[in-house]
Design a protein. Structure first.
Length: 321
């Protein structure tokens, strides 16, 4: 079986990769299509010290079901939660599955990823995909769910306007989700193409130099850089909310005194609700096709990753077979 294998920062193609035997409650999936994420690129540079098959954005078909799994799942088109939870810890008992204390993370921590012909996952982490959502849309469900996590977290807050700093792969999806919330939205863009992809949406695009102090109630950082976080904090009014969607390659230095004086609330934001992402795509609320740059067969993975690493690149897809 074909699979991409990451070892000590080097990505190679294996033609004889073996998947693990199915344990109780698991299913074997045949991967249709997978997307290259910014996290996958970070793994190449040593993020999370991961070795194995990377990749976590995908659409697949249930190929085989293990013991304890409804055989009716076979043949269903599905996606799987990136977090593979244990179901036994304190967090799982409270249904906080994304924060399972023993979780494995597909293609990132302790679990083989989706840049392969087949992958084994827990059946209780699957979501069946409606026929109205095609494969090229479905590969966006995981990052789109991460964007909808912001909506979940802000649900109990009263705010008038939002600034999004960063309009890359994830930022484009966040912008599309935040437009649906019918709040005034300003997006800080760095490249002409980012601005072009946001045309037609109900939002304002500005560059970094146009960011003023105390502009908005909510600021979201999706840049992956400390400078983006600093810009987001600068833009907040007193009692504002900063949503941190980035993971930073090094510890970030921030002015904690400003946070205290202005009573700024910091919210970390990671994985989100797959159900909200699926509903949005099913109802035609989110457009994703314009965000796809190219699709490659797995044999051409080097070209695919080279394109994904180019400045301003959006989504690059891989077909395992």
């Amino acid at each position: 079986m074909k699979a991409l294998n990451l070892k000590n920062g080097t990505l190679t193609l294996s033609n004889d990769h073996l998947v693990s035997q199915l344990s109780y409650g698991e299913v074997l999936l045949q991967v249709h299509l997978a997307g290259i994420c910014g996290t996958d690129l970070a793994l190449l540079n040593g993020y999370a010290s991961f070795n194995g098959v990377p990749g976590h954005e995908f659409v697949a078909e249930v190929f085989e079901t293990g013991a304890g799994v409804d055989g009716g799942l076979k043949g269903k088109r599905v996606v799987a939660e990136i977090n593979q939870w244990c179901g036994e810890c304190d967090q799982c008992a409270q249904k906080h599955y994304r924060h399972c204390l023993n979780r494995l993370v597909i293609g990132i921590r302790g679990h083989q990823g989706c840049f392969a012909e087949q992958i084994v996952v827990k059946a209780n982490t699957l979501h069946i995909i409606p026929d109205s959502i095609d494969d090229r849309q479905t590969v966006f469900i995981e990052p789109l769910a991460a964007a909808f996590r912001i909506v979940e977290q802000l649900r109990l807050h009263d705010y008038r306007d939002v600034m999004l700093v960063g309009a890359g792969r994830l930022g484009q999806l966040i912008a599309r989700v935040m437009v649906l919330q019918k709040k005034q939205l300003t997006v800080v863009v760095r490249h002409a193409r980012q601005r072009q992809l946001l045309q037609g949406l109900r939002l304002d695009c500005i560059d970094e130099l146009a960011v003023e102090a105390k502009m908005v109630d909510v600021a979201i950082d999706a840049t992956g850089q400390q400078s983006g976080l600093m810009l987001a904090l600068q833009a907040l009014r007193p009692q504002g909310i900063c949503v941190m969607k980035s993971s930073y390659p090094a510890p970030a230095e921030i002015d904690l005194t400003k946070l205290v004086i202005d009573e700024i609330e910091l919210i970390g934001s990671r994985c989100g609700p797959f159900s909200m992402a699926i509903e949005a795509l099913k109802n035609g609320l989110i457009e994703t096709e314009s965000l796809i740059d190219a699709t490659f067969l797995i044999n051409d993975f080097q070209v695919a990753f080279a394109l994904a690493q180019q400045k301003g690149s959006m989504k690059v897809l891989i077909k395992p077979y």
